[in-house]
Design a protein around this ligand. Structure first.
Ligand code: AMP
Length: 404
């Protein structure tokens, strides 16, 4: 593979896989973060004197149309992205109504240096998600250099994210700047971390996080477990958790994690107390309670003050921090305090020199909500991909670009 910044794109046509799967409603774009994230990569190619062919998926057209026959492919078009993209790039962007076929081939062939072409949604074709080799080869003809800048889909072995790479020589395939940043941040935390290394794992379900915890038992010095998933651990140990979230069928797994952690010398930190509520609502009556004695009819919806103190102490002493999943129902103001306090401790540790990576849907939403995104070392855009990376899996989108 080549390194993006070392490559001179003059006279080249870069076929760039981006992730423009942005919210679109009634033809209007909502949060444009993903489009913005691709801009530096596109601009570098253009300023070198190259041209750019962009390809992306949007939504799940074929699956959704099957369920709702009133929908058509047009409801899944990438066209609404055009004007925002042109605005952000400061240049016109051409559009091909089909990501393969004569029109796309001609438009790509006629692109001049400095010009940009966006292809229609890749997922109009079932071959995309199936990782079809012929489809990938057709796409590959639209450029002479392949750049993958879609970290969010790097865990999928799709035609445009992985299979296509084989049609480019090693010198002519590479990560884009966004993807490079994501991979570097993830590798630093998982493979080149400075100890103590704390992983803060929260969110709703143990079952979603079991693989990541198991893999981190091999890597981290401390694992903080917060959020709804903590109660399965307390119940498994014989505690009373009231009507807090619990996965009864995962209690054995929780005990197994605690046992393995002891064997490996990894400290598992479970929250000492919770903010409990009499219903799942922002106007619930609340109280605080230690986590083994939650009364019947009450549920833990945030970590309590003792837990905050316990967790922030560990975070402040750490040199590497990975955070995936909120500490409570932070979407409700009444139960956001714990997640906010953890975010503040991560920010504080970062300011003192720790490396912090926030990855995975809701913890990213939390740091954005509290305005701390630029005060941690790295905020990942790739929820599922980042999770799988930390589960220890090889991501097809990364493996396909690399040389071995
Ligand atoms: P996840 O996607 O697994 O990271 O879970 C995130 C979701 O977990 C958020 O929507 C939170 O509101 C929810 N959550 C966190 N803590 C709790 C809790 N104690 N009880 C119920 N839901 C929770």
């Amino acid at each position: 593979m080549s390194k993006f910044n070392d490559y001179n794109f003059a006279g080249h046509k870069a076929l760039i896989r981006v992730d423009f799967n942005v919210p679109i409603k009634d033809g209007k774009i909502g949060d444009d973060t993903r489009i913005r994230a691709a801009i530096p990569t596109i601009k570098k190619v253009l300023s070198d004197g190259g041209s750019v062919v962009l390809m992306s998926h949007w939504g799940r057209p074929l699956k959704d149309i099957e369920k709702k026959p009133n929908l058509t492919l047009a409801d899944f078009s990438l066209k609404p992205v055009l004007s925002r993209l042109a605005e952000l790039l400061g240049t016109d962007v051409q559009f091909a109504d089909d990501c393969i076929g004569e029109d796309a081939v001609n438009k790509a062939k006629n692109l001049q240096a400095g010009q940009v072409l966006l292809l229609e949604n890749l997922r109009y074709y079932k071959q995309e998600e199936k990782g079809d080799k012929d489809f990938a080869e057709k796409l590959s003809k639209l450029g002479d250099v392949y750049v993958n800048d879609a970290f969010g889909t790097a865990h999928r072995a799709h035609a445009s994210t992985a299979v296509i790479a084989q049609f480019f020589s090693s010198d002519n395939r590479m990560f884009g700047l966004l993807m490079e940043g994501e991979v570097a941040a993830a590798e630093k935390v998982l493979h080149n971390n400075e100890k103590p290394f704390v992983a803060i794992i929260g969110g709703a379900k143990v079952s979603d996080k079991i693989l990541i915890i198991e893999n981190l038992l091999e890597k981290a010095t401390d694992i903080i477990i917060g959020g709804g998933m903590a109660y399965t651990f307390f119940k498994a140990e014989g505690g009373h958790i009231g009507s807090s979230l619990c996965e009864d069928d995962r209690m054995d797994m929780a005990l197994e994690i605690i046992k393995k952690a002891k064997e490996k010398g990894v400290c598992i930190h479970l929250p000492a107390d919770s903010i409990i509520a009499d219903k799942f609502a922002n106007d619930a009556d609340t109280s605080s309670c230690i986590n083994t004695e939650i009364p019947a009819g009450w549920m833990g919806l945030d970590i309590g003050l003792m837990a905050i103190e316990q967790f922030t102490k560990v975070i402040r002493a750490s040199k590497t921090i990975l955070w995936n999943g909120p500490m409570g129902v932070f979407e409700m103001e009444k139960f956001q305090h714990g997640t906010k306090a953890i975010a503040e401790a991560v920010v504080e540790a970062t300011a003192k020199g720790a490396y912090s990576l926030v990855g995975g849907g809701d913890s990213v939403a939390a740091v954005n909500k509290f305005g701390y995104a630029d005060k941690v070392s790295y905020v990942s855009t790739g929820g599922g991909a980042m999770l799988e990376f930390f589960e220890g899996k090889e991501l097809p989108g990364i493996a396909a670009i690399k040389d071995n």
